[in-house]
Write a protein that binds this ligand. Structure first.
Ligand SMILES: NC(=O)c1ccc[n+]([C@@H]2O[C@H](COP(=O)([O-])OP(=O)(O)OC[C@H]3O[C@@H](n4cnc5c(N)ncnc54)[C@H](O)[C@@H]3O)[C@@H](O)[C@H]2O)c1
Length: 235
């Protein structure tokens, strides 16, 4: 119960990593408000809609009386080769995966300042550090998430707010399951690439998020934790 008394907001919590993080934070004692554009969470909205950040922070204020832990997790994958890459896919990927993270964090600052010991946790990707063919928009957005996290850490540290990023490798979720099913060689590639010889599970990421949300990570900020089973430990 190391998060007893804490109040958390998790976006993209209807599936995969976000769902696991919300469950883990709750199991550790936090009050958790969940949001997603898919049904099944406390607040149903599209995080990239202009009114969503204010709506979410108002819900935190009204339903939990504040906010201590913000997990900006909602995201989409995009695969499109650069030659002929559509503006629409570029814009929607950047809008959901990067712009909405910036807007939600900005909106949350006044409540997080009141916490005294607040946590921002962003979900980047191994694509926050590397690139891949067909992943231009996704990699650009996830590199941006890491840069945003570091900048927030420096700016918000004096207010007792830490900001850290998690960079998952290949995790079995709603984003990846169809791709692995359609192309088993893709899954096999990631299993083989990982040192631990398996794909990740959402709970593997949730455990790290719970650590970053807790007092155990109190002297960490502007940091990034690669959670990929060792897939990127070698070239
Ligand atoms: N699965 C992986 O291998 C992997 C690897 C690295 C990073 N990530 C990141 O983890 C995060 C979670 O992804 P996941 O793998 O759990 O996928 P997922 O599809 O299982 O879950 C993502 C959730 O976000 C929600 N969502 C998407 N766009 C939204 C929007 N505009 N507004 C509100 N909700 C929205 C979806 O409805 C879904 O419930 C994403 O940011 C993703 O980029 C995943």
């Amino acid at each position: 119960m190391r998060l007893a008394g804490k109040r958390a907001l998790v976006t993209g919590a209807a599936s995969g990593i976000g769902q696991a993080i919300a469950a883990r934070l709750a199991a550790d004692g936090a009050a958790v408000l969940t949001a997603d554009r898919a049904p099944g969470t406390d607040v149903t909205l599209d995080v990239s809609a202009p009114e969503s950040p204010a709506a979410l922070i108002t819900a935190c204020q009204q339903q939990m009386g504040g906010l201590d832990i913000l997990v900006a997790n909602a995201g989409v994958s995009a695969f499109e080769m650069l030659e002929g890459h559509s503006d629409a896919v570029w814009n929607s990927t950047l809008s959901i995966n990067l712009d909405s993270v910036f807007r939600l964090c900005r909106e949350a600052i006044p409540l997080l300042k009141l916490s005294g010991q607040a946590r921002i946790i962003t979900i980047g990707s191994v694509m926050s550090t590397f690139g891949e063919a067909g992943m231009a928009a996704y990699a650009a957005a996830k590199h941006g998430v890491l840069g945003l996290t570091r900048a927030m850490a420096i700016e918000l540290g004096p207010h007792g707010i830490t900001a850290n990023c998690i960079q998952p490798g290949a995790i079995l979720t709603g984003i990846t399951r169809p791709a692995f099913a359609a192309n088993p060689a893709f899954g096999d590639y990631w299993v083989e690439k990982s040192a631990l010889k398996r794909l990740g599970e959402p709970d593997d990421i949730a455990a790290v998020a719970a650590f970053l949300a807790s007092n155990d990570s109190r002297f960490m900020t502007g940091a990034t934790l690669v959670v990929d089973g060792g897939a990127t430990a070698h070239p």
